[in-house]
Write a protein that binds this ligand. Structure first.
Ligand code: HEM
Ligand code: NAG
Length: 369
């Protein structure tokens, strides 16, 4: 079996976290001395350098990195085999249509705020002459690699330019029911309820600017600059008025000062179909990284045949590892504040962060936003 065949079988069956590096035959050496699987990947090293310096402020896991990851999701998830089956255009998935047809797509309600990162990314696409779909996937992977604890991100090359804007109504909203969200994810990418939970790990490095525009930059956990499992702890804490008494569609009150909690995350953390998988991430960094590595590769290639794409994962930097599993209850919180929702397994025992409860710092939006 050739390496290529081996890879095809692996990627269609289960994308093992060991694929990266292990199964890919290195075939080209770039002018910077780095070895990659194909010479076509070499062109992405200068792009890497450019965006690390000029988009991600010297390789930060800040708002630009978070928004670039969110952009991957909102571009990719806009694909619907169900619409196609009705003879309608179902969108092109991870095709960059959200950037090319930004005047249409960033006006869709769930895409609120994404005009900003599209505006920041566009000049790099023009300057480097790559397709918008490939660039969005690349920027999402590089941005997350700037967050300590992130997996080794995969990057596949070969998305043609989009021909049409995606239709409205395909991107999930924080006020959707769990049924609605699971149905949409199943249609878009045959993502099941477990894979939907894996995808939501992205909210470990996230903040909200538009759920409540009067309170922008509110992170979803206490560590928005680190890809850790703290998000899965905090979403399980009680102390909420439900539904959001603040009147913000899709928000439930967070028990932690300075943080935002989405209704959808709150409900998925408590639904019988998803609660055990949600809890399984608490303090399990290696599960977090391996599941997200796999699912990001699937998300960022939606609508494309991965076996025809070029694996350029070698270009993506390796993020700083986190030492051990360090999930904590926030200061002042303990097991008694947990609303356990997994009938099979007790919530893991965690230490409580020391000190008085403090408000988490905002994530400053990009300048000029
Ligand atoms: C499945 C249902 C999902 C819903 C309902 C949802 C909803 C939201 C909402 C409302 C925000 C806040 C936006 C704002 O006000 O600025 C947000 C932020 C974010 N989402 Fe999601 N999301 C979902 C899944 C995902 C997935 C699958 C990813 C990526 C793989 C993702 C990545 C992000 C990131 C990184 C942010 C932070 C953006 C920033 O800090 O500027 N989300 N999401
Ligand atoms: C972490 O998750 C993996 C994969 O599900 C599991 O085998 C392992 O036992 C988990 N570790 C802990 C400490 O729960």
């Amino acid at each position: 079996m050739s390496v290529k065949q081996f890879f095809v079988v692996l990627s269609t069956a289960l994308f093992l976290s060991t694929v990266q590096g292990a199964a890919i035959e290195k075939r080209a050496t770039c002018s910077n001395g780095k070895t990659v699987s194909s010479a076509a990947c070499c062109a992405w090293f200068p792009i890497l350098q450019d965006i690390q310096e000029n988009l991600f402020n010297g390789g930060q896991c800040g708002a630009e990195a978070h928004e670039s990851l969110r952009l991957v999701f909102h571009d990719a998830i806009a694909i619907s085999p169900a619409l196609e089956a009705q003879g309608k255009f179902g969108g092109g998935g991870a095709d960059g249509s959200i950037m090319v047809f930004d005047t249409i797509e960033t006006n869709f309600h769930p895409n609120i705020g994404l005009d900003e990162i599209v505006r920041l990314q566009k000049p790099f696409v023009q300057k480097h002459g790559v397709t918008p779909g490939d660039f969005i996937a690349f920027a999402g992977a590089v941005g997350l690699s700037n967050c300590p604890g992130a997996p080794q991100m995969n990057f596949f090359l070969g998305r043609p330019a989009p021909t049409k804007a995606a239709p409205d109504g395909l991107v999930t909203e924080p006020f959707h029911s769990v049924d609605q969200i699971l149905a949409r994810m199943a249609d878009a990418g045959e993502f099941d309820e477990l894979e939907t939970v894996w995808l939501l790990s992205a909210h470990s490095v996230a903040a909200a600017n538009d759920v409540d525009p009067t309170r922008n930059g509110l992170p979803f956990d206490s560590t928005p600059g680190i890809f850790d499992t703290q998000f899965f702890v905090k979403t399980q804490l009680a102390g909420t008025t439900f539904p959001g008494s603040g009147g913000n569609q899709g928000e439930v009150m967070s028990p932690l000062a300075g943080e935002m909690r989405l209704q959808s995350d709150f409900l998925i953390a408590r639904d019988t179909r998803t609660a055990c998988e949600w809890q399984s991430f608490v303090n399990n960094q290696s599960k977090l990284t391996s599941d997200f590595q796999f699912i990001f590769a699937a998300l960022s290639t939606l609508g494309h045949d991965m076996t025809t794409m070029t694996d350029c994962s070698d270009v993506i930097p390796i993020s700083k590892p986190l030492r051990g599993d360090s999930a904590r209850f926030p200061a002042g919180k303990s097991m008694k504040d947990v609303e356990p929702a997994c009938a099979e397994t007790p919530f893991p025992t965690l230490a409580t962060a020391p000190g008085p409860a403090t408000s988490v710092a905002r994530v400053p939006p990009p300048p000029g936003a």
